[in-house]
Design a protein around this ligand. Structure first.
Ligand code: UD1
Ligand code: CA
Length: 589
């Protein structure tokens, strides 16, 4: 950013005693037709914050005595949002007249009244009619369009400082754009470079249209100059509107000095008019956020596929893998690794946790915990230190204690799980009876079997076990084994009797030492021959595995699982590997 005029302030360019802004006025009454949306334009978001929110955040840092937001189109919605995000903001409804001049006029009348009220409250004597003496608002007034989400407080601060230092009547923030079509053009005086007037596109002469320096709709006005100018502007222009920009020429007429500050960061002053611009500015904002985090010590492997909202907080030495989105008030502690392909919204992640291919919201992941791949944490999921929510696991409103694990294929809703407990694979916490939700409590150091149903409300005590396939409807006391499945029955010869001629029947016959070898599976594909006997071999089922991969697998198989040829197919191969298919019930960790 450079001042186009010779600065009259001290060498630093930023005077020490810049008076406080009397007011900031944010223009938010426009319709935003080009968004083609039922949502008011300024409520659309980038970086997890509304356009209006971005502008109010930038202006808040200037600490204006009062901030007014002017609304009209969908006034209630915009007003409610403004009050929700900016405490103490004055919401002003624009009167019937169209245009930015009308908008600021409405704001000024409310700000004048507030200034009177302030003086009365501070014991300034009342006039004869009970009226408070004084003109109303005094001092510098910032006016900003609400649709400039990348505007930063630094730029605004410089604008105010230079306005005050130069003793300007009006200071305009301008920029030079490649295509100025539609914008108000800034007409400067030869020699001084002072601003003579701003001409709207539709009112401009051919020479004026050739000017590439445009008005950004960010200004500082002296309150008195603004009041005097707004009293005299008219609707005699191409759009029949009251133009705020006309105050510039009127200020000059009255002998005031009007200067422009040229912003070299065109994006910072770029308005959003449609969704194409919304996306473009969203990407620029995101790139800036990522750069800030990388400089602060966060590893972001692929900035092109990483999205981080403005309010997210990351510690140094966090690693973000490709395809990750961090939204809302997400906080990630040092040493944690997030991603790939993970979306966290309002999630707290503890030190050194690993969260991969996960979708989570309003949840807490403890230090050293492990989540995913393919986990879905719904609101209220709290995972303790070194805990695990594994693959294809959905959780909701659950406290999982330190070191406890839900490793595979489970739904855990409305539950409390103690410490050091393992929940078997494919378990469902049956929390809904069709009318009400109920709670399940599992104690500490419990081991529940695979494929359990916990029909809430139900409690499993500390150190208790449950058998595989159990439907736990009654409490299991501490240290007990809860089993509900009946004893297994084997109906001998059933397959050959009831499914004659199938591959299964042939395999059964072969296993008894009769009949022929199975010729293949039922859909006669050659490449997925299921071995006839236990232990099964991998060679038949995975012909594509290379020798190296098989050696790797063999390393991980335990001693009992050493290569053991079981069929003529496997004997023909060098790297045959045998694994047991019948797993111990309850599965693992
Ligand atoms: C305005 C400026 C133009 C500048 C351009 C930058 C005027 C007359 N023209 O153009 O010089 O180059 O912004 O984008 O000011 N608004 C209201 N009430 C209204 C109309 C608008 O509050 O009656 C608000 C809008 O919500 C928006 C801002 O004012 O935040 C600018 O309005 P917009 O219509 O986008 O700008 P223009 O009038 O085209
Ligand atoms: Ca307009």
């Amino acid at each position: 950013m450079t001042a186009q005029t010779a600065p009259t302030s001290d060498d630093s360019g930023t005077p020490q005693n810049t008076p406080r802004l009397a007011a900031a006025v944010v223009l938010a009454a426009g319709e935003g037709t080009r968004m083609r949306s039922t949502t008011p334009k300024l409520l659309h978001t980038i970086g997890g914050r509304s356009l209006l929110g971005h502008v109010l955040t930038a202006t808040r840092e200037l600490d204006a005595r009062r901030t007014a937001v002017v609304v009209r189109h969908q006034a209630e919605r915009v007003a409610e949002h403004a009050r929700a995000i900016a405490e103490g903001v004055l919401v002003v409804e624009q009167d019937e007249l169209p245009g930015t001049g009308a908008a600021v006029r409405s704001a000024l009348s409310v700000l004048d009244a507030a200034a009177h009220a302030d003086r009365a409250a501070h014991g300034v004597p009342l006039g004869q009619e009970g009226q408070v003496l004084g003109a109303g608002l005094e001092g510098p007034v910032l006016v900003v369009a609400g649709d400039l989400p990348l505007l930063d407080s630094g730029t605004l601060g410089e604008l105010v400082a230079s306005h005050v230092a130069d003793g300007n009547a009006v200071t305009v923030l301008t920029t030079v754009v490649a295509d100025p079509t539609g914008y108000g053009r800034v007409v400067r005086e030869d020699g001084t470079g002072d601003v003579l007037r701003i001409v709207e596109h539709r009112d401009a002469s051919p020479e004026e249209l050739a000017v590439a320096e445009i008005n950004t709709s960010v200004y500082v006005f002296d309150a008195g100059v603004l009041r005097a100018g707004l009293a005299r502007i008219t609707q005699h222009n191409a759009q029949g509107e009251l133009y705020l920009t006309d105050v510039v020429a009127l200020a000059r007429e009255d002998g005031g000095q009007v200067r422009a500050i040229l912003s070299e960061d065109a994006h910072a002053v770029e308005g959003v008019n449609d969704r194409v611009q919304l996306a473009a500015l969203g990407r620029i904002l995101n790139a800036r956020i990522l750069e800030d985090w990388m400089r602060a010590g966060v590893t972001i492997v692929d900035p092109a596929t990483t999205w981080i909202d403005v309010d997210v907080d990351l510690a140094p030495d966090v690693t973000i893998l490709p395809g990750t989105q961090l939204h809302g008030a997400t906080v990630v502690s040092t040493g944690a690794t997030i991603g790939p392909d993970t979306t966290l919204t309002d999630v707290e992640v503890g030190e050194g946790a690993v969260v991969s291919r996960t979708h989570a919201s309003l949840s807490v992941i403890g230090a050293g915990a492990n989540v995913g791949p393919f986990a879905y944490l719904r609101p209220g999921s709290v995972l303790g230190e070194k805990g695990k929510i594994g693959t294809f696991v959905e959780t909701k409103n659950v406290r999982i204690g330190a070191g406890s694990k839900v490793p595979h294929l489970s739904y855990v809703g409305d539950a409390t799980i103690g410490e050091g407990t393992n929940i078997g694979a494919a378990s469902i916490f049956v929390n809904y009876d069709g009318v009400h939700k109920h709670h399940t409590t599992i104690g500490s150091h419990a081991r529940t079997g695979a494929d359990n149903l916990f029909v809430a409300p139900v409690t499993v005590g500390d150190g208790a076990y449950t058998g595989a396939g159990s439907v736990i409807r009654q409490d299991v006391p501490a240290g007990a084994l809860g089993v509900s499945a009946g004893a297994q029955r084997n109906i001998e010869g059933w397959v050959e009797r009831r499914r004659p001629g199938t591959a299964a029947a042939q395999a059964a016959a072969a296993a008894r030492g009769e009949g022929s070898e199975p010729t293949g599976n039922d859909d006669s594909s050659d490449d997925a021959v299921v071995p006839a006997t236990e232990p099964a071999t991998l060679t038949g089922a995975m012909p594509a595995l290379g020798a190296q991969a098989l050696r790797e697998l063999a390393k991980h198989a335990d001693a009992a699982d050493q290569p053991r040829p079981t069929s003529p197919h496997s004997e023909a191969l060098d790297d045959t590997l045998t694994i047991r298919t019948a797993r111990t019930e309850g599965t693992d960790r």
